[in-house]
Ligand binder design. Structure first.
Ligand code: ZN
Length: 1021
């Protein structure tokens, strides 16, 4: 908390009689939810009986696994319903990459309205005479070239689909006959981008940027590895004022493009420019990446004064900054509607208030917020359900000026993010103490990695900084063939080890002193941490009874709630929950990947038991061999825990992983933590939330159970539009996170986001937030992979691109040739092409199953900024940093090198580059780098003498060194904990760690970014 100096308003002082008596602060967990915050007496709080691991998961719980029934009332299930449709079996949609599979489409909305030229009013004035978006109306081209199929999927979200006859067997598909197309593209073989017969594509409209590139003419970029230059793009003529390696400001390139566009009227162009609605021909812009980073879109409400109080876009973000007023408009835009939230993010400023009455809507329980409407000084109208509520007298008091009067001066009305210290009504039991239990794999494989020493050393160093108070409890369990407990009672001379070998029916060897008060037993804890690494140094025990150890841990922690932290380095192979190897190493490059889902429901059931008792399970996975992360991860997923993966960790032989573990562990041990928490997300009447993403258990329709909440956890949710919103000006989302702080305070953090309404498709598309869309699509694609297949998910990702750009094209006043995107979506194809090459979704390239499953899990939980970095890292050329354009922070001058494309073309052997992937920043040094750089920045005499392993920069007293170090500090300050810096020489064996991120280029099994654009262009009609 030291990092969060709260602005604390103590509103307890003015004692005002609550004349209205309206606001009896209700529980956050409405009706039922005796949610495990109480003692483990209430067996009904969960589908799974909380006290036993052996009871089968109830039907309710099972349904969380199963696909939701087709016509279900968008019953929110725990994990995601399939978010892309199941690619309607009735439809024979065109294959994307030469597969004869149905065409998966993105289906996020509640109504699968079939397109029709007569099915709605014209979209806007510019559209008359235009084909309707998504329109299956254009004449089918020769050769059966597909037309975009907009509404083809089965929708699992709402009953609306079944009423459209799409999901009932026997109802003929309406557009099936149009939806065949010949295979066009094939990853991995043959020339990509073959264009089917059809009208000739107009060539060479513009003289700048790329030459018009005709796939039909056979001028394909050469196929080979990604490392040679000139592969990513066909050779392009260099403009006098836009040299290849010089990155012009994006806006200037837009201006240039705009000036050359002869397809739009001058008036329209000027109009669009005023409103920031420029468009971009993606095929013509060489450097699409904004040099100074992607701007975060702004929400603009008509009520000007409200635009100063928006919730931070780092916390709460919607895929659209304007909400379509009808579902039909949303469908036509082809954009996904959803929200990403990072609810417990570390904040430098957080208003905290303590008051007698937390003002909430009497009808829907929304917390009063800046976007409510004051009918008069005594009444406010809820912005979610529109009920008019009375204000308690207390609310008339302004704590800042100590005066009575205008309620809009209150902190609740001035801040879209605020934290309340909750009164007793918000507690079902006294706030729990912080409880930390560590489970340590001490099998032979685990001991070999040497992780135990690192863990014990770091914990010893951070012991004083673990969040907590005088009540903090701590305990340790080790396990191999048996389970070992440690009695740490403060009156003992030294820790006592107690071994239980009956792992099939685990029990606690003594009732007390396995979890001890950290302050009282600190001496013994320290002694144990010093002894443990030595104790298991030479073990030959090859078994790992993780399941039994978890069951024991549950018995220890469940009476209070708390956190179980597991360090696992091998496949758990004996006792309850034992797993078997499932990966076929010969199939790592296969097109479809089996075994992405859990092999057993043991870990899920265990997690649900934990969730019911306010216990979360966090996993540190260190295996060099397959350890079935797909199964193990369930322990974290459903208990609100988190996961880390350090593949092939070894204390001596894998120093980069040692660095990563150390950085992550320090952050993990000392970051803020909230216990026994729940989060409820509400939205304005007319919208509904239908799918959640992240690690949690859904307890009721909109209540997420999060036994622990940490500042690095992100969540996503999908939204549908159920009713016409044209009567309202704005809509709101509100997230309320109720938790117990490590100091034992019950607190409620409330975030409110307000968005305006849009009434045209064009307006909706131009309001889209490309990064947020990628964040949501990645989560939906993970679900699709788990419920269907990776190739299905990949196709759906491509189809989103095609559909969105088609929808945009339909809004343009004329239909120029080229591949146009609105300026705000210009990076969507770049990001999605990169997503297809990410560890989670790539095919045709050897990928270990555990790496893939972990990457998928990360896409579900990473906060947006880190998710984007993991998909499309930031790369900078740093061999020639200068102070031009630098920014100053205090004494520090920070150079601002432009971001460059992730293309081998951009990487020169005479250069040095930083590649920021989120938790690792690679420093790549070309073999022909100028010796002065090596000497002045890296402190070596020559390239050859650079060390193979280097994790920090020497502090040299040269201007070059200072510039680079300042820039690195600047990058590090933008994340919750410092990334690992890793030097990679061009001739290094680990060079692939760098080059595998150059995703704009072509590989044997994937298209280059430019080829991807060509493919999109061919698909868009
Ligand atoms: Zn309300």
């Amino acid at each position: 908390m030291a990092s969060q100096p709260p602005v604390q308003y103590n509103l307890m002082s003015p004692s005002i009689p609550n004349a209205t008596g309206t606001s009896q602060p209700p529980l956050l967990q409405r009706p039922i939810t005796s949610n495990g915050i109480g003692q483990p007496s209430a067996g009904s709080r969960f589908p799974v009986p909380a006290t036993s691991n052996s009871v089968p998961v109830s039907a309710t719980t099972n349904s969380q696994w199963a696909r939701p029934p087709v016509s279900s009332q968008f019953a929110p299930s725990t994990m995601s319903q399939p978010s892309f449709t199941a690619a309607g079996h009735q439809q024979c949609n065109p294959a994307i990459f030469g597969q004869d599979s149905p065409r998966p489409v993105l289906e996020t909305q509640s109504s699968g309205r079939p397109p029709s030229s007569s099915s709605g009013p014209p979209l806007n004035n510019y559209q008359s005479g235009q084909p309707i978006i998504n329109g299956n109306l254009g004449p089918p081209l020769a050769n059966g070239v597909r037309t975009p199929t907009a509404y083809s999927g089965v929708n699992y979200a709402t009953p609306a689909t079944s009423s459209m006859g799409y999901s009932s067997p026997g109802v003929p598909p309406q557009y099936a006959s149009q939806n065949f197309m010949p295979p066009q593209l094939h990853y991995g073989s043959g020339p990509p981008m073959g264009r089917p017969a059809g009208p000739p594509v107009p060539q060479q409209q513009y003289s700048t940027g790329y030459p018009s590139y005709s796939s039909a003419s056979g001028q394909l970029p050469p196929i080979s590895g990604i490392h040679t230059q000139q592969l990513s793009y066909p050779a392009a003529p260099v403009l006098p004022n836009a040299p290849v390696n010089q990155f012009q400001n994006f806006n200037s390139s837009i201006d240039k493009m705009a000036s050359q566009m002869n397809t739009m009227s001058v008036t329209q162009t000027g109009f669009d420019k005023i409103w920031g609605h420029e468009n971009v021909d993606l095929l013509q812009v060489r450097n699409i990446l904004p040099a100074q980073g992607v701007e975060t879109p702004r929400i603009r409400l008509r009520q000007e004064h409200l635009n100063n109080v928006h919730c931070s876009m780092d916390i709460f973000r919607c895929t659209l900054t304007k909400i379509p007023e009808t579902n039909s408009i949303l469908q036509k835009s082809r954009l996904p509607l959803g929200v990403l939230i990072h609810p417990f993010k570390d904040l430098t400023q957080l208003p905290v208030i303590q008051c007698q009455t937390i003002v909430r809507c009497r009808s829907c329980r929304t917390y009063i917020n800046p976007f409510v409407y004051f009918v008069d000084q005594r009444r406010w109208k809820c912005n979610l359900c529109f009920r008019v509520n009375d204000l308690p007298d207390e609310f008339q008091y302004d704590p800042m000026s100590n005066s009575y009067g205008d309620p809009t001066r209150r902190p609740e009305i001035k801040n879209a993010t605020i934290e309340f210290i909750a009164p007793a009504e918000y507690m079902l039991r006294p706030p729990q103490p912080p409880v930390y239990l560590y489970l340590l794999d001490v099998s032979h494989v685990a001991a070999e990695t040497g992780y135990l020493k690192l863990f014990c050393d770091v914990l010893l160093e951070e012991l004083e900084k673990i969040p907590g108070d005088s009540r903090t409890q701590i305990g340790f369990i080790t396990y191999a063939s048996s389970v070992q407990f440690y009695n740490l009672a403060e009156n003992l001379n030294q820790p006592h080890q107690l071994v239980v070998s009956d792992i099939e029916d685990i029990f606690l060897p003594c009732p007390n002193d396995l979890l001890v008060n950290l302050n009282e037993s600190k001496r013994l804890v320290i002694e144990l941490l010093e002894q443990l690494p030595l104790r298991f140094n030479n073990t030959a025990d090859c078994n790992s009874a993780l399941g039994a150890a978890l069951q024991a841990a549950y018995k220890m922690v469940s009476p209070t709630g708390g956190r179980i932290t597991v360090f696992q380095a091998s496949l758990p192979n004996i006792g309850p929950g034992a797993l078997k190897p499932r990966e076929d190493p010969n199939q790592r490059a296969a097109k479809d990947v089996p075994n992405l889902n859990a092999a057993t429901d043991f870990f899920k059931k265990f997690a649900l038991d934990c969730s019911g008792q306010q216990v979360a399970v966090d996993l540190f996975l260190l295996g060099g061999q397959y350890m079935d992360i797909a199964s193990l991860s369930c322990a974290s997923k459903f208990s609100g825990g988190c996961m880390y993966h350090f593949p092939s960790f070894h204390y001596v032989h894998n120093l980069p992983q040692v660095e990563r573990l150390e950085h992550s562990l320090r952050r993990y041990l000392t970051r803020k933590i909230g216990f026994e928490s729940v989060m409820r997300i509400r939205c304005t009447h007319g919208l509904s939330i239908h799918t959640f993403h992240g690690n949690f258990f859904v307890r009721s329709t909109d209540l997420l159970s999060l036994p622990n909440i940490n500042p690095d956890a992100g969540f996503g949710l999908q939204v549908s539009i159920d009713e016409n919103l044209s009567e309202v000006q704005n809509i709101c989302f509100q997230a309320a996170l109720l938790y117990t702080s490590s100091k034992g305070e019950r607190r409620i953090r409330v975030h409110t986001m307000c968005l305006p309404i849009a009434s045209t498709v064009a307006d909706v598309i131009q309001s889209a937030d490309q990064q947020c869309i990628v964040g949501l699509l990645a989560k939906m694609a993970v679900d699709r992979s788990l419920h269907s297949s990776i190739s299905d998910a990949r196709d759906a990702i491509v189809n989103v691109c095609v559909d969105v750009l088609s929808a945009y094209k339909a809004t343009m006043s004329s239909a120029p040739s080229g591949l146009y995107a609105p300026s705000n979506l210009r990076l969507l194809p770049l990001y999605l092409a990169a997503l297809l090459k990410s560890v989670a979704f790539r095919t045709g390239q050897s990928t270990r199953l555990d790496d893939r499953v972990f990457a998928m899990n990360q896409l579900k939980v990473l906060p947006l900024s880190q998710l984007i970095l993991s998909v499309y890292p930031d790369m900078y050329a740093i061999h020639n940093l200068h102070d031009q354009g630098a920014i100053s922070q205090g004494e520090m001058v920070i150079p601002q090198p432009p971001r460059i494309h992730l293309s081998a073309e951009m990487v020169d052997s005479t250069g040095a580059y930083l590649l920021d992937t989120g938790d690792v920043i690679y420093l790549y040094v070309g073999r022909n780098i100028h010796p002065a750089f090596i000497e002045n920045v890296l402190g070596s005499s020559s390239f050859q003498s650079l060390p193979e392993q280097m994790f920090e920069l020497p502090e040299l007293e040269t201007a070059e060194s200072e510039r680079l170090r300042n820039f690195l500090v600047h990058l590090q300050n933008q994340r919750p904990y410092p990334a690992v810096l890793q030097l990679i020489r061009e001739d290094s064996q680990i060079r692939h760690l760098f080059s595998s991120h150059l995703v704009d280029g072509r590989t044997e099994s994937s298209l280059s970014y430019y080829e991807f654009l060509q493919h999109l262009k061919n698909q868009i009609k």
